[in-house]
Design a protein around this ligand. Structure first.
Ligand code: SF4
Length: 360
């Protein structure tokens, strides 16, 4: 496997703890929650708007999305839902690249986000100019980028991939004799490389949430709960993935919790997913995988600080003001939509359910 080896670049592409915001979780009492929910319902209806929320957002937001005819899923499936629903405004509760993807696929719709400061460490760690220069240095490689990238990075790519279809796509490209340049998540790319044997040159970004899971902590937890199965998202480090009974996307992890014959699971992904896992398998027990090891501290503590910026109060605010709109330059959109569309066509040709089978 090849990888970017320049130490300066590695520092720039992975955020330091100081660059990661604190996790601020919205605290609401029952009365305020009820009042905000009623107001959101009223505003969504008045504006012909639909709320689409990511699995990693708060249970309160996910409940409101479900209760108002909206949708809770992974990033690409959120965008796909946006193309199918009749609403003229999409409220995307997630992080910025999700709003951009929704806008790229739905250019005629207004796309708003509760908090435009909701970023993603993978997106932040892949600056478009630097990425374009990296691609230019390797013109012999097929450029495959993860969904967690900006419109500008997607515009430079041949393909977009999601964790649900990455193995299928890379196997296909490998069989065609193609060499691959993969960005931005080095752990996901390394997992794909191990599973497919393809020649992959990795960008060296990472997700601050998944990179923090610790194999020794999970092994200790597994010893305490020998009947538990370990479910891991492939943005996690290789030594964590090696302990997994199941490795897969967020949608895949929820499905595994429902279908695997165990009653107990140790889960290495953002703990926002527990809400849908408990809905899918209410009789089962879910244990958060440790992030810092015994006595250590953690940066993300198994929850994305940017996802946590989405709340019911900020949702009401954006609906009342109509600000925080996502715009994608039409010329950029024309290029960025191509790798996304190519992925959708590939999935269709494979009869793979890529939608609803995706990422962080
Ligand atoms: S959990 Fe990781 S990959 Fe997902 S939005 Fe947060 S930083 Fe990005």
């Amino acid at each position: 496997m090849n990888a970017l080896t320049d130490a300066g670049a590695a520092r720039r592409h992975r955020l330091t703890p100081e660059q990661v915001p604190d996790i601020v979780t919205e605290q609401l009492d029952a009365d305020e929650k009820a009042a905000l929910t009623a107001r959101i319902r009223e505003l969504l209806k008045a504006q012909n708007a639909t709320l689409v929320a990511h699995y990693y957002t708060s249970p309160e937001l996910q409940e409101v999305a479900d209760a108002t005819g909206g949708y809770v899923s992974d990033s690409l499936d959120m965008a796909r839902f946006g193309t199918e629903c009749s609403a003229s405004t999409l409220i995307v509760a997630g992080v910025r690249f999700m709003g951009e993807t929704a806008k790229i696929l739905n250019p005629e719709k207004r796309v708003l986000m509760p908090d435009l400061g909701a970023e993603c460490s993978l997106d932040l760690g892949c600056p478009p100019d630097e990425f374009a220069a990296f691609c230019d240095q390797h013109p012999d490689r097929e450029v495959v980028v993860y969904a967690n990238t900006s419109a500008a990075v997607k515009a430079r790519a041949d393909w977009m991939a999601t964790s649900g279809i990455a193995l299928d796509l890379v196997k296909h490209l490998h069989a065609e004799g193609k060499k691959i340049l993969w960005a931005p998540d080095r752990h996901l790319g390394a997992w794909v490389q191990r599973e497919t044997g393809a020649d992959i040159l990795l960008w060296d970004g990472s997700c601050v949430v998944h990179e923090a899971f610790k194999a020794d902590g999970i092994a200790r937890l597994k010893a305490e709960h020998p009947d538990a199965l370990v479910l891991v998202h492939p943005e996690s480090p290789a030594e964590v993935v090696a302990l997994a009974d199941f490795v897969g996307s967020t949608t895949g992890i929820i499905k595994a919790a429902r279908e695997l014959p165990a009653q107990k699971f140790i889960v290495a992904t953002d703990n926002g997913i527990f809400h849908k896992m408990r809905e899918a398998a209410p009789e089962k027990t879910f244990i958060e995988a440790p992030t810092g090891g015994k006595g250590a501290t953690c940066v993300s503590c198994a929850h994305c600080p940017w996802m946590a910026m989405n709340g019911l109060r900020s949702l009401v605010g954006v609906l009342e003001r109509g600000d925080n709109e996502i715009f994608v330059d039409p010329a950029l959109r024309e290029r960025a939509v191509q790798p996304i569309q190519r992925l959708l066509d590939f999935a269709r040709s494979r009869r793979t359910v890529v939608l609803g089978n995706n990422d962080a």
